[in-house]
Design a protein around this ligand. Structure first.
Ligand SMILES: [Zn+2]
Ligand SMILES: [Zn+2]
Length: 234
């Protein structure tokens, strides 16, 4: 006997409720597959509650030049959420150990607020299984975990060995003030430090830490990585 839920198709504002329901209903795990991430408050709260319940939360985002807000990535890391970057990701799937929801909706505030969205709550267990297999297979096999030592370090002691995972959403360091930045070797200075750097514009001026691992190193704007990190990137 196959049990179909009473209602399986949701549109517009109801989609948001279903997505939050998947997160709030999770007892073991939540998987969020969404090319783009920009959490609205209710979404962040739901994830925070799931983490507190001991739920394993994983996010699969697109490895893209459009990066999620850095403060949200920091927040996810500090809540032990595992973040993965996936090449060419376009699917949107929200699931826990019981429920599989396929949707048009990205996990972003703008989608939650004012997009026309649709979602299908998969009722047929065989279909749900097929979706889980797709996530486990195709999506996971194209995914690289965004490196973090579980918390984005306020100090530079916890290194971030980016060389093992060259993904666009990875986090690095300002080579002058050690502040966290997205890992982007062509932009290894934060805005403030870039402004002061630009007064002289000397690409070979010695800076303080490696853009990737945050360790003290002989680096410059032109060569922002320490030797070990540089060789890992090759
Ligand atoms: Zn800086
Ligand atoms: Zn380094």
């Amino acid at each position: 006997m196959t049990h179909f839920p009473r209602q399986s198709v949701f549109v517009d504002q109801d989609v948001v409720g279903q997505i939050l329901g998947v997160i709030d209903g999770a007892k073991q795990y939540v998987v969020i597959v969404s090319p783009y991430l920009d959490m609205w408050q209710h979404a962040q709260n739901a994830i925070g509650r799931a983490v507190k319940r001991g739920v394993d939360v994983r996010m699969f985002l697109r490895n893209d030049r459009d990066k999620p807000p850095l403060d949200q990535i920091r927040w996810l890391f500090s809540n032990k959420v595992k973040v993965f970057a996936v090449q060419r990701l376009h699917a949107k799937i929200y699931m826990n150990e019981q429920t599989v929801l396929i949707s048009s909706m990205n996990f972003t505030e703008s989608s939650a607020m004012n997009s026309l969205e649709i979602a299908y709550l998969v009722g047929d267990p065989e279909h749900a299984k097929r979706v889980r297999e797709y996530v486990k297979g195709n999506i996971t096999s194209s995914a690289v975990q965004v490196p973090t030592t579980s918390e984005i370090p306020p100090s530079v002691e916890q290194a971030n060995p980016i060389g093992r995972a060259p993904v666009n959403v990875a986090v690095g360091f300002c080579i002058r003030c050690k502040r966290n930045l997205y890992f982007e070797p062509t932009k290894p200075l934060c805005d403030d430090c870039y402004d002061s750097w630009a007064r002289y514009g000397n690409e070979d001026y010695p800076e303080v830490v490696c853009h990737s691992c945050g360790q003290p190193a002989t680096v410059t704007k032109a060569r922002p990585l320490c030797a070990p990190c540089y060789s890992q990137l090759r």
